[in-house]
Design a binder for this molecule. Structure first.
Ligand code: FAE
Length: 536
């Protein structure tokens, strides 16, 4: 595991952290760290996704005793098939977070109900879909958050658009320091152009690129955190297959530098950071200069094992756009933190996500064996009316489909809003079907032009209701606790209470978001450590 996924110059600290993660998994412990229960921790970080992982590492490096609380599992123990994660082709209970059926974004194939599977008893799987009226939000669950289930695409946003979205963030510091730091820490790499041109596993990408160029569009190579050198070895059968074995949204067993291999391993390696898994933060109260959080620990079948409380001086929320917003709304509306800003819950967007597919001509096959790791995008971002950045996605079903699939990121000025629902104790997202219309219009403008130039059509067999476009789900939830509105310019929402994840970004970024979430978290924690955090 170690040699395959890490740069050769692995630090002693990362090695120590990886060893801690592995040892904890082997013994089945849910708590990675000293054995005694901790009633108090100097810093408490909720979640283990991008913002949380950055924050924990920097706190740990500064010598601050830090506890991370993660509601999902640590994904390190092989199942009966010898693998930690299941594939998209053969999903089992490991796939979904307490769902009775898989909920892949495609509903059917050739109108047949062959994509999704019944799962039996609900289980603490790795991918969750949180369903709201008109919008389903996909998120990762486990040590590493979204990094466990995402496609690894790691672009940096266009500076001009970033400056529009976050005008109060110093772009010079972001582009000069924090974006390069994030890319280096995350292990971002780019496919070898010769491999991209010759490999049958990227035939699907080349076909879409050719048709995009014919229609007058530009394409771009998108960097990734999947190790492309490993992928090349997969194709030669020199190593176990992952991207070539249909693994991605339910986890990759190999090749991907998810956060447990990078930031989190480094954080644990500082010796100051521990992680408690299968534990959900439920409530937040103020206590003295710090906070008291309510915890609920479950086993992997969902049985509640224990409810407890943990006090801290500094509380960092990295539970993701939905998770962090829900925690703060609950605290404000149930009166445990009544003075939180009114702006909490506002400014939500799905990064203009819309999925569509085209049917190609018979002379344009897309390949039976496809890499699950996307590497090209159609870049129509400079279109003044219908800007879109459309990732060329695989359809790795193991047989020739002549289909091209895309996940487009569009500019959608609509914003949703969360409110707290007292009867369910959850946040409700208010998003109307009409609010997705601008995304569909932008994607349609792009793909209508490709279809016209190629003499092709959309696929209507993949999304329920014979739709060509699906904009009722997103992979990129953003907003809910906007930087500079619900928080101060560095994520402070109240004294010693900070937001550190995708909820800071106002609904749209123009590209896949995790590099930006990481870089912004680096920027914010650098300031908070310099000015707020005092020893242990
Ligand atoms: P996130 O990674 O969601 O982590 C939040 C963590 O907090 C999770 O581990 C939760 O289980 C945990 N949590 C939530 N509530 C609680 C609670 N109350 N108590 C304890 N723990 C809690 O947050 N982005 C890209 O840039 N490139 C891609 O290629 C890409 N592909 C994607 C594909 C899929 C299928 C999905 C679902 C997402 C994809 N994304 C991609 C989005 C990306 O993973 C996402 O923006 C980041 O993971 C968000 O990072 P955060 O730090 O905000």
């Amino acid at each position: 595991m170690i040699s395959e996924n890490l740069p050769s110059a692995m630090t002693r600290r990362r090695f120590a952290g990886l060893t801690a993660l592995t040892a904890a998994a082997a013994t089945g412990l849910t708590r990675i760290g000293p054995a005694a229960a901790t009633p108090y921790t100097t810093a408490l970080v909720v979640g283990t996704g991008y913002g949380a992982a950055v924050t924990a590492l920097r706190l740990g490096e500064a010598g601050v005793p830090t506890t991370m609380i993660e509601m999902g599992q640590q994904w390190n123990i092989p199942g009966p098939d010898g693998k930690v994660f299941c594939s998209t082709l053969n999903p089992d209970r490991r796939s979904m977070w307490f769902h009775r059926r898989t909920e892949a974004p495609l509903d059917t194939f050739l109108w047949l109900d062959v994509v999704n599977r019944d799962l039996g008893t609900p289980y603490a799987g790795v991918l969750d879909r949180i369903d709201y009226p008109n919008m389903d939000v996909y998120v990762g669950r486990g040590v590493g958050g979204g990094s466990l289930v995402n496609g690894g695409m790691a672009p940096t946003p266009q500076r001009a658009y970033f400056e529009k979205v976050l005008p109060n963030v110093d772009a010079d510091a972001m582009y000069g320091r924090y974006f390069p730091l994030a890319r280096r820490m995350l292990g971002v790499n780019t496919i070898d152009p010769r491999y991209l041109e010759r490999s049958p596993v990227y035939q699907y990408a080349r076909v879409s690129r050719k048709l995009a160029h014919q229609a007058g569009f530009r394409t771009a190579v998108v960097p990734n955190v999947y190790d492309f050198a490993y992928l090349e070895q997969e194709e030669r059968n020199a190593v176990p297959r992952s991207a070539l074995a249909g693994e991605v949204i339910y986890g990759n067993n190999h090749g991907k530098k998810s956060l447990d291999k990078t930031y989190l391993a480094d954080a644990l390696g500082t010796g100051n950071v521990t992680i408690r898994t299968l534990t959900r933060v439920t409530t937040i109260h103020r206590q003295g200069a710090g906070y008291l959080v309510g915890l609920e620990q479950i086993d992997a079948t969902g049985t509640v094992l224990r409810r407890s409380e943990l006090a801290c001086r500094y509380l960092f929320l990295g539970a993701g756009s939905v998770g962090t917003t829900e925690l703060l709304l609950r605290a404000r509306e149930t009166g445990t933190l009544p003075d939180l800003p009114d702006a909490i819950g506002t400014g939500w967007g799905g990064n203009g996500n819309v999925m569509t597919a085209r049917a190609n001509q018979l002379w344009d096959p897309t390949g039976a064996l496809q890499s699950t790791i996307p590497t090209l995008a159609i870049d129509n971002w400079d279109d003044p009316v219908h800007p879109a950045f459309a990732e060329i996605a695989p359809l790795p079903v193991g047989l020739e489909t002549w289909a091209s699939l895309y996940l487009a990121i569009t500019v959608n000025p609509e914003r949703g809003r969360f409110t707290y629902n007292h009867s369910t104790d959850r946040a409700d997202l208010h998003w109307s079907a009409g609010q997705s219309a601008p995304s569909i219009r932008s994607a349609k403008a792009l793909f209508d032009r490709i279809n016209r130039a190629a003499g092709t059509t959309y696929r209507y067999d993949l999304f329920a209701g014979n739709r060509a476009f699906a904009a009722d789900f997103c992979y990129h939830p953003l907003g809910g606790c906007l930087l500079g509105e619900a928080t101060d310019p560095y994520g402070r929402v109240a004294p010693n209470l900070y937001v550190t994840d995708g909820s800071l970004i106002p609904g749209s970024l123009g590209v896949n978001p995790f590099v930006t979430i990481t870089a912004l978290a680096e920027r914010n924690i650098a300031r908070v450590l310099a000015t707020d955090v005092k020893g242990s």
